[in-house]
Ligand binder design. Sequence first.
Ligand SMILES: NC(=O)c1ccc[n+]([C@@H]2O[C@H](COP(=O)([O-])OP(=O)(O)OC[C@H]3O[C@@H](n4cnc5c(N)ncnc54)[C@H](O)[C@@H]3O)[C@@H](O)[C@H]2O)c1
Length: 383
Amino acid sequence: MSSVAPVRIGVVGCGLMGRELAAVCGRWSQLVDHPSAPEIVAVADPNPAAREWFRRVSTVETFAEDWRPLVEDDRIDVLYLAVPHDLHEELYIAAAGAGRDFLGEKPFGIDLPAAARIAAAVDGSSSFVRVSSEFPFFPGALRAFSYVSSGALGDILEVRSQFAHSSDIDRTKSINWKRRVETCGEIGVMGDLGVHVAHVPLRLGFRPESVYALLDNVVTERPGPDGAAVPCDTWDNALLACRVPGGPSPEDRRFTMLWETRRIAPGQMNSWSFEALGMDGGVRFSTRTPATMQRFALRDGEQVWEEVQPGNLSSWPTISGGIFEFGFSDALMQMWASYLAERAGALGNRFGTATVGEALDAHRVFDAALRSQASGRAEQPHG
Ligand SMILES: NC(=O)c1ccc[n+]([C@@H]2O[C@H](COP(=O)([O-])OP(=O)(O)OC[C@H]3O[C@@H](n4cnc5c(N)ncnc54)[C@H](O)[C@@H]3O)[C@@H](O)[C@H]2O)c1
Protein backbone atom coordinates (compact mmCIF):
# COMPACT_ATOMS: atom_id res chain seq x y z
CA MET A 1 0.00 0.00 0.00
CA SER A 2 1.31 3.50 -0.90
CA SER A 3 1.46 6.30 1.71
CA VAL A 4 -1.79 7.67 3.11
CA ALA A 5 -2.13 11.34 4.08
CA PRO A 6 -4.47 12.27 6.92
CA VAL A 7 -6.95 14.96 5.86
CA ARG A 8 -8.41 17.08 8.68
CA ILE A 9 -11.91 18.18 7.76
CA GLY A 10 -14.02 21.02 9.16
CA VAL A 11 -17.78 20.77 8.63
CA VAL A 12 -19.82 23.97 8.39
CA GLY A 13 -23.52 23.11 8.70
CA CYS A 14 -24.24 20.10 10.91
CA GLY A 15 -27.58 19.18 9.31
CA LEU A 16 -28.55 16.35 6.99
CA MET A 17 -25.50 16.54 4.74
CA GLY A 18 -22.92 17.32 7.45
CA ARG A 19 -23.93 14.12 9.21
CA GLU A 20 -23.69 12.10 6.03
CA LEU A 21 -20.00 13.04 5.84
CA ALA A 22 -19.48 11.73 9.39
CA ALA A 23 -20.87 8.38 8.23
CA VAL A 24 -18.66 8.42 5.12
CA CYS A 25 -15.51 9.02 7.19
CA GLY A 26 -16.55 6.30 9.64
CA ARG A 27 -16.38 3.61 6.96
CA TRP A 28 -13.52 4.97 4.86
CA SER A 29 -11.65 1.67 5.34
CA GLN A 30 -14.03 0.24 2.74
CA LEU A 31 -11.89 1.93 0.07
CA VAL A 32 -8.83 0.12 -1.27
CA ASP A 33 -5.50 2.01 -1.24
CA HIS A 34 -6.98 5.51 -1.21
CA PRO A 35 -4.27 8.19 -0.83
CA SER A 36 -6.18 10.19 1.82
CA ALA A 37 -7.59 9.37 5.25
CA PRO A 38 -10.24 11.97 6.15
CA GLU A 39 -11.38 12.68 9.68
CA ILE A 40 -13.73 15.39 10.90
CA VAL A 41 -11.88 17.51 13.47
CA ALA A 42 -14.12 20.58 13.72
CA VAL A 43 -17.78 21.48 13.25
CA ALA A 44 -19.64 24.78 13.16
CA ASP A 45 -23.39 25.39 13.46
CA PRO A 46 -25.39 28.00 15.39
CA ASN A 47 -27.87 25.30 16.39
CA PRO A 48 -26.54 23.60 19.58
CA ALA A 49 -28.49 20.39 18.96
CA ALA A 50 -27.01 20.06 15.47
CA ARG A 51 -23.48 20.53 16.87
CA GLU A 52 -24.11 18.15 19.76
CA TRP A 53 -24.91 15.31 17.35
CA PHE A 54 -21.19 15.34 16.46
CA ARG A 55 -20.19 14.39 20.05
CA ARG A 56 -20.48 10.80 18.81
CA VAL A 57 -17.64 11.42 16.33
CA SER A 58 -14.54 10.84 18.44
CA THR A 59 -12.17 12.80 16.19
CA VAL A 60 -14.02 16.15 16.56
CA GLU A 61 -11.98 18.59 18.68
CA THR A 62 -13.73 21.90 17.94
CA PHE A 63 -17.44 22.67 18.32
CA ALA A 64 -18.06 26.23 17.12
CA GLU A 65 -21.18 28.34 16.90
CA ASP A 66 -19.73 30.49 14.12
CA TRP A 67 -17.98 29.29 10.94
CA ARG A 68 -15.20 31.91 10.98
CA PRO A 69 -12.86 30.07 13.40
CA LEU A 70 -12.95 27.04 11.07
CA VAL A 71 -12.24 29.09 7.93
CA GLU A 72 -9.29 30.75 9.70
CA ASP A 73 -7.86 27.54 11.21
CA ASP A 74 -4.65 26.52 9.40
CA ARG A 75 -4.79 23.06 10.98
CA ILE A 76 -7.86 22.26 8.86
CA ASP A 77 -7.04 20.84 5.43
CA VAL A 78 -10.51 20.70 3.85
CA LEU A 79 -13.85 22.31 4.62
CA TYR A 80 -17.21 20.78 3.81
CA LEU A 81 -19.68 23.66 3.41
CA ALA A 82 -23.27 22.45 3.76
CA VAL A 83 -25.48 25.38 4.75
CA PRO A 84 -28.67 27.01 3.39
CA HIS A 85 -28.25 28.69 0.00
CA ASP A 86 -28.43 32.30 1.24
CA LEU A 87 -25.21 31.66 3.20
CA HIS A 88 -23.19 30.13 0.34
CA GLU A 89 -21.77 33.36 -1.07
CA GLU A 90 -20.26 34.87 2.07
CA LEU A 91 -18.97 31.53 3.36
CA TYR A 92 -17.53 30.18 0.10
CA ILE A 93 -15.83 33.50 -0.72
CA ALA A 94 -14.33 33.66 2.78
CA ALA A 95 -13.07 30.06 2.46
CA ALA A 96 -11.47 30.81 -0.92
CA GLY A 97 -10.03 34.07 0.46
CA ALA A 98 -8.38 32.11 3.28
CA GLY A 99 -6.93 29.65 0.73
CA ARG A 100 -8.94 26.73 2.15
CA ASP A 101 -9.71 23.71 -0.01
CA PHE A 102 -13.41 22.91 0.13
CA LEU A 103 -16.26 20.85 -1.20
CA GLY A 104 -19.19 23.24 -1.46
CA GLU A 105 -22.75 22.06 -1.50
CA LYS A 106 -24.90 22.88 -4.49
CA PRO A 107 -26.29 25.03 -5.94
CA PHE A 108 -23.07 26.97 -5.17
CA GLY A 109 -24.65 30.36 -4.54
CA ILE A 110 -28.28 31.38 -4.26
CA ASP A 111 -28.41 32.69 -7.85
CA LEU A 112 -26.25 33.32 -10.92
CA PRO A 113 -24.64 36.59 -9.72
CA ALA A 114 -23.70 34.96 -6.39
CA ALA A 115 -22.29 31.90 -8.19
CA ALA A 116 -20.26 34.15 -10.51
CA ARG A 117 -18.78 36.04 -7.55
CA ILE A 118 -17.90 32.79 -5.79
CA ALA A 119 -16.32 31.40 -8.98
CA ALA A 120 -14.23 34.58 -9.36
CA ALA A 121 -13.04 34.29 -5.75
CA VAL A 122 -12.10 30.62 -6.28
CA ASP A 123 -10.31 31.51 -9.52
CA GLY A 124 -8.24 34.11 -7.72
CA SER A 125 -7.32 31.71 -4.91
CA SER A 126 -5.09 28.68 -4.38
CA SER A 127 -8.04 26.64 -3.09
CA PHE A 128 -8.95 23.25 -4.56
CA VAL A 129 -12.72 23.47 -4.86
CA ARG A 130 -15.40 21.14 -6.17
CA VAL A 131 -19.18 21.03 -5.92
CA SER A 132 -21.19 18.26 -4.31
CA SER A 133 -23.02 15.96 -6.76
CA GLU A 134 -23.03 12.28 -5.86
CA PHE A 135 -25.59 10.58 -8.12
CA PRO A 136 -23.27 10.18 -11.14
CA PHE A 137 -21.16 7.88 -8.94
CA PHE A 138 -23.79 5.12 -9.12
CA PRO A 139 -22.06 2.41 -11.18
CA GLY A 140 -24.92 2.41 -13.73
CA ALA A 141 -24.66 6.19 -14.12
CA LEU A 142 -20.89 5.98 -14.64
CA ARG A 143 -21.37 3.25 -17.26
CA ALA A 144 -24.02 5.36 -19.01
CA PHE A 145 -21.65 8.36 -18.98
CA SER A 146 -18.78 6.29 -20.45
CA TYR A 147 -21.03 4.83 -23.12
CA VAL A 148 -22.20 8.24 -24.29
CA SER A 149 -18.64 9.68 -24.12
CA SER A 150 -17.37 6.82 -26.29
CA GLY A 151 -19.43 8.18 -29.20
CA ALA A 152 -21.38 4.89 -29.42
CA LEU A 153 -24.68 6.77 -29.78
CA GLY A 154 -23.76 8.40 -33.09
CA ASP A 155 -25.77 11.55 -33.80
CA ILE A 156 -27.58 12.44 -30.56
CA LEU A 157 -31.37 12.64 -30.82
CA GLU A 158 -32.36 13.53 -27.28
CA VAL A 159 -31.15 13.59 -23.68
CA ARG A 160 -33.29 13.48 -20.54
CA SER A 161 -31.86 14.13 -17.10
CA GLN A 162 -34.30 13.97 -14.22
CA PHE A 163 -34.46 14.15 -10.43
CA ALA A 164 -37.88 13.57 -8.92
CA HIS A 165 -39.19 13.00 -5.43
CA SER A 166 -42.46 13.61 -3.63
CA SER A 167 -41.32 15.03 -0.31
CA ASP A 168 -43.74 17.92 -0.80
CA ILE A 169 -46.87 16.03 -1.85
CA ASP A 170 -48.21 16.42 1.71
CA ARG A 171 -49.72 19.93 1.85
CA THR A 172 -49.63 19.87 5.67
CA LYS A 173 -45.84 19.45 5.82
CA SER A 174 -44.29 22.42 7.64
CA ILE A 175 -42.36 25.13 5.83
CA ASN A 176 -38.56 24.96 5.93
CA TRP A 177 -35.72 27.01 4.41
CA LYS A 178 -35.75 24.98 1.17
CA ARG A 179 -39.30 26.17 0.43
CA ARG A 180 -38.67 29.94 0.74
CA VAL A 181 -37.18 32.21 -1.91
CA GLU A 182 -35.26 34.17 0.72
CA THR A 183 -33.20 31.15 1.82
CA CYS A 184 -33.46 28.68 -1.08
CA GLY A 185 -33.36 31.21 -3.92
CA GLU A 186 -35.72 32.31 -6.65
CA ILE A 187 -34.66 29.24 -8.66
CA GLY A 188 -36.46 27.06 -6.06
CA VAL A 189 -36.42 23.38 -6.95
CA MET A 190 -33.67 24.01 -9.52
CA GLY A 191 -31.43 25.18 -6.65
CA ASP A 192 -32.35 22.10 -4.68
CA LEU A 193 -32.03 19.45 -7.38
CA GLY A 194 -30.73 21.19 -10.50
CA VAL A 195 -26.97 20.54 -10.18
CA HIS A 196 -27.82 16.84 -9.88
CA VAL A 197 -29.42 16.85 -13.34
CA ALA A 198 -26.84 19.22 -14.86
CA HIS A 199 -23.60 17.47 -13.84
CA VAL A 200 -23.54 14.54 -16.32
CA PRO A 201 -24.85 16.47 -19.37
CA LEU A 202 -22.41 19.33 -18.80
CA ARG A 203 -19.51 16.89 -18.32
CA LEU A 204 -20.49 15.37 -21.67
CA GLY A 205 -20.22 18.86 -23.21
CA PHE A 206 -24.00 19.25 -23.68
CA ARG A 207 -24.34 23.01 -23.02
CA PRO A 208 -27.79 24.46 -23.75
CA GLU A 209 -27.82 27.41 -26.14
CA SER A 210 -31.50 28.10 -25.39
CA VAL A 211 -33.93 27.15 -22.65
CA TYR A 212 -37.72 27.03 -22.60
CA ALA A 213 -38.98 26.56 -19.05
CA LEU A 214 -42.22 25.36 -17.52
CA LEU A 215 -42.07 26.14 -13.80
CA ASP A 216 -44.83 25.29 -11.36
CA ASN A 217 -45.45 26.46 -7.79
CA VAL A 218 -48.13 24.01 -6.72
CA VAL A 219 -48.27 24.49 -2.95
CA THR A 220 -48.24 28.23 -2.20
CA GLU A 221 -48.73 28.09 1.59
CA ARG A 222 -47.51 25.75 4.32
CA PRO A 223 -47.82 25.67 8.10
CA GLY A 224 -45.24 27.92 9.78
CA PRO A 225 -43.57 27.30 13.17
CA ASP A 226 -46.81 28.15 15.05
CA GLY A 227 -49.02 26.17 12.67
CA ALA A 228 -50.44 29.26 10.91
CA ALA A 229 -50.12 29.28 7.12
CA VAL A 230 -47.10 31.15 5.70
CA PRO A 231 -46.14 31.71 2.05
CA CYS A 232 -44.33 28.83 0.34
CA ASP A 233 -43.04 30.81 -2.61
CA THR A 234 -40.51 28.57 -4.37
CA TRP A 235 -41.01 26.65 -7.61
CA ASP A 236 -41.93 23.05 -6.78
CA ASN A 237 -41.44 21.52 -10.22
CA ALA A 238 -39.37 22.57 -13.23
CA LEU A 239 -39.16 21.20 -16.76
CA LEU A 240 -36.49 22.81 -18.94
CA ALA A 241 -36.52 22.07 -22.67
CA CYS A 242 -33.07 22.93 -23.96
CA ARG A 243 -31.64 23.18 -27.46
CA VAL A 244 -28.07 21.88 -27.57
CA PRO A 245 -25.53 22.22 -30.41
CA GLY A 246 -24.61 18.77 -31.75
CA GLY A 247 -21.22 20.06 -32.96
CA PRO A 248 -18.95 23.13 -33.00
CA SER A 249 -20.18 24.71 -36.24
CA PRO A 250 -23.28 26.97 -36.41
CA GLU A 251 -24.50 24.74 -39.26
CA ASP A 252 -24.49 21.64 -37.04
CA ARG A 253 -27.94 20.42 -36.08
CA ARG A 254 -29.27 20.97 -32.57
CA PHE A 255 -30.68 18.23 -30.34
CA THR A 256 -33.24 18.35 -27.54
CA MET A 257 -32.28 18.00 -23.91
CA LEU A 258 -34.77 17.94 -21.03
CA TRP A 259 -33.75 18.79 -17.47
CA GLU A 260 -36.52 17.90 -15.06
CA THR A 261 -36.50 18.60 -11.32
CA ARG A 262 -39.59 17.80 -9.26
CA ARG A 263 -40.38 17.92 -5.56
CA ILE A 264 -43.91 16.74 -6.28
CA ALA A 265 -43.75 13.73 -8.57
CA PRO A 266 -46.40 11.21 -7.54
CA GLY A 267 -44.95 7.72 -7.33
CA GLN A 268 -41.34 8.86 -6.97
CA MET A 269 -39.51 8.47 -3.66
CA ASN A 270 -36.15 9.94 -4.76
CA SER A 271 -35.13 8.96 -8.28
CA TRP A 272 -32.25 10.34 -10.32
CA SER A 273 -32.25 9.20 -13.93
CA PHE A 274 -30.36 9.83 -17.14
CA GLU A 275 -31.27 8.78 -20.66
CA ALA A 276 -29.61 9.55 -24.00
CA LEU A 277 -30.70 8.35 -27.41
CA GLY A 278 -28.78 8.55 -30.66
CA MET A 279 -29.02 7.19 -34.19
CA ASP A 280 -26.65 4.30 -33.38
CA GLY A 281 -27.40 3.56 -29.74
CA GLY A 282 -28.99 4.61 -26.51
CA VAL A 283 -28.56 4.33 -22.79
CA ARG A 284 -30.70 4.79 -19.70
CA PHE A 285 -30.18 4.47 -15.97
CA SER A 286 -32.28 5.25 -12.91
CA THR A 287 -31.37 5.03 -9.23
CA ARG A 288 -34.83 3.47 -8.86
CA THR A 289 -33.40 0.28 -10.35
CA PRO A 290 -29.78 0.73 -9.28
CA ALA A 291 -28.58 -2.75 -10.18
CA THR A 292 -29.31 -2.43 -13.87
CA MET A 293 -28.79 -0.07 -16.78
CA GLN A 294 -30.15 -0.41 -20.30
CA ARG A 295 -28.44 0.00 -23.63
CA PHE A 296 -30.14 0.29 -26.97
CA ALA A 297 -28.76 -1.10 -30.21
CA LEU A 298 -29.92 -2.09 -33.67
CA ARG A 299 -29.06 -5.78 -34.05
CA ASP A 300 -29.75 -7.82 -37.18
CA GLY A 301 -32.49 -5.35 -38.09
CA GLU A 302 -34.08 -5.57 -34.64
CA GLN A 303 -34.42 -2.71 -32.15
CA VAL A 304 -33.04 -4.11 -28.89
CA TRP A 305 -32.95 -2.67 -25.36
CA GLU A 306 -30.51 -4.86 -23.45
CA GLU A 307 -30.03 -4.94 -19.69
CA VAL A 308 -26.56 -4.68 -18.19
CA GLN A 309 -25.74 -5.24 -14.51
CA PRO A 310 -22.87 -2.87 -13.74
CA GLY A 311 -22.19 -4.40 -10.30
CA ASN A 312 -20.59 -2.50 -7.45
CA LEU A 313 -17.87 -0.84 -9.54
CA SER A 314 -17.83 2.91 -9.04
CA SER A 315 -14.98 5.41 -9.25
CA TRP A 316 -12.68 4.06 -6.52
CA PRO A 317 -12.24 0.31 -5.74
CA THR A 318 -13.68 -1.05 -2.49
CA ILE A 319 -13.25 -4.18 -0.43
CA SER A 320 -16.89 -5.13 -1.20
CA GLY A 321 -17.30 -7.71 -3.91
CA GLY A 322 -18.23 -6.40 -7.32
CA ILE A 323 -21.50 -8.37 -7.27
CA PHE A 324 -23.12 -6.47 -4.38
CA GLU A 325 -25.71 -3.70 -4.63
CA PHE A 326 -24.83 -0.02 -4.47
CA GLY A 327 -26.80 2.75 -2.69
CA PHE A 328 -27.02 6.45 -1.80
CA SER A 329 -24.41 6.36 0.98
CA ASP A 330 -22.03 4.49 -1.33
CA ALA A 331 -22.45 7.28 -3.90
CA LEU A 332 -21.59 9.89 -1.26
CA MET A 333 -18.48 7.95 -0.25
CA GLN A 334 -17.41 7.62 -3.87
CA MET A 335 -17.89 11.36 -4.42
CA TRP A 336 -15.65 12.09 -1.42
CA ALA A 337 -13.14 9.48 -2.62
CA SER A 338 -13.09 11.23 -5.99
CA TYR A 339 -12.75 14.74 -4.50
CA LEU A 340 -9.93 13.77 -2.14
CA ALA A 341 -8.13 11.69 -4.79
CA GLU A 342 -8.26 14.59 -7.25
CA ARG A 343 -6.98 16.93 -4.51
CA ALA A 344 -4.10 14.50 -3.94
CA GLY A 345 -3.35 14.34 -7.68
CA ALA A 346 -4.32 10.66 -7.76
CA LEU A 347 -7.64 10.68 -9.63
CA GLY A 348 -6.16 9.46 -12.92
CA ASN A 349 -8.88 9.02 -15.53
CA ARG A 350 -11.59 8.34 -12.94
CA PHE A 351 -14.77 10.44 -12.88
CA GLY A 352 -14.34 13.71 -10.98
CA THR A 353 -16.99 15.48 -8.99
CA ALA A 354 -18.66 18.62 -10.33
CA THR A 355 -16.40 21.59 -11.02
CA VAL A 356 -16.99 25.24 -10.20
CA GLY A 357 -17.35 25.90 -13.94
CA GLU A 358 -20.08 23.26 -14.20
CA ALA A 359 -21.98 24.75 -11.23
CA LEU A 360 -21.73 28.17 -12.88
CA ASP A 361 -22.96 26.80 -16.22
CA ALA A 362 -25.87 25.14 -14.41
CA HIS A 363 -26.75 28.49 -12.83
CA ARG A 364 -26.67 30.12 -16.28
CA VAL A 365 -29.30 27.62 -17.42
CA PHE A 366 -31.46 28.14 -14.30
CA ASP A 367 -31.24 31.91 -14.79
CA ALA A 368 -32.37 31.53 -18.42
CA ALA A 369 -35.21 29.31 -17.15
CA LEU A 370 -36.44 32.07 -14.81
CA ARG A 371 -36.37 34.56 -17.70
CA SER A 372 -38.16 32.07 -19.96
CA GLN A 373 -40.90 31.52 -17.38
CA ALA A 374 -41.42 35.31 -17.22
CA SER A 375 -41.28 35.97 -20.98
CA GLY A 376 -43.05 32.81 -22.16
CA ARG A 377 -40.28 32.37 -24.77
CA ALA A 378 -37.08 30.38 -25.05
CA GLU A 379 -34.15 32.34 -23.59
CA GLN A 380 -30.38 32.07 -23.99
CA PRO A 381 -28.09 31.42 -21.03
CA HIS A 382 -25.85 34.46 -20.41
CA GLY A 383 -22.07 34.23 -20.38
N1 LIG B 1 -25.80 16.54 -2.27
C1 LIG B 1 -27.00 16.24 -1.84
O1 LIG B 1 -27.55 15.17 -2.14
C2 LIG B 1 -27.73 17.20 -0.96
C3 LIG B 1 -28.89 16.79 -0.27
C4 LIG B 1 -29.53 17.72 0.57
C5 LIG B 1 -29.02 19.00 0.69
N2 LIG B 1 -27.91 19.37 -0.03
C6 LIG B 1 -27.35 20.74 0.08
O2 LIG B 1 -26.62 20.79 1.30
C7 LIG B 1 -26.74 22.09 1.88
C8 LIG B 1 -27.35 21.94 3.28
O3 LIG B 1 -28.57 21.23 3.15
P1 LIG B 1 -29.07 20.25 4.30
O4 LIG B 1 -30.12 19.39 3.69
O5 LIG B 1 -27.91 19.61 5.01
O6 LIG B 1 -29.77 21.32 5.25
P2 LIG B 1 -30.13 21.19 6.80
O7 LIG B 1 -31.18 22.21 7.05
O8 LIG B 1 -30.39 19.77 7.19
O9 LIG B 1 -28.77 21.64 7.49
C9 LIG B 1 -28.24 22.94 7.36
C10 LIG B 1 -27.51 23.27 8.65
O10 LIG B 1 -26.87 24.54 8.47
C11 LIG B 1 -26.92 25.16 9.73
N3 LIG B 1 -26.64 26.59 9.63
C12 LIG B 1 -27.52 27.61 9.44
N4 LIG B 1 -26.85 28.78 9.47
C13 LIG B 1 -25.54 28.49 9.67
C14 LIG B 1 -24.36 29.27 9.82
N5 LIG B 1 -24.39 30.61 9.75
N6 LIG B 1 -23.18 28.64 10.04
C15 LIG B 1 -23.13 27.28 10.10
N7 LIG B 1 -24.22 26.49 9.99
C16 LIG B 1 -25.41 27.09 9.76
C17 LIG B 1 -28.31 24.86 10.26
O11 LIG B 1 -28.42 25.09 11.64
C18 LIG B 1 -28.42 23.39 9.87
O12 LIG B 1 -27.99 22.54 10.91
C19 LIG B 1 -27.59 22.91 0.90
O13 LIG B 1 -26.74 23.62 0.04
C20 LIG B 1 -28.37 21.86 0.13
O14 LIG B 1 -28.74 22.26 -1.18
C21 LIG B 1 -27.26 18.48 -0.83
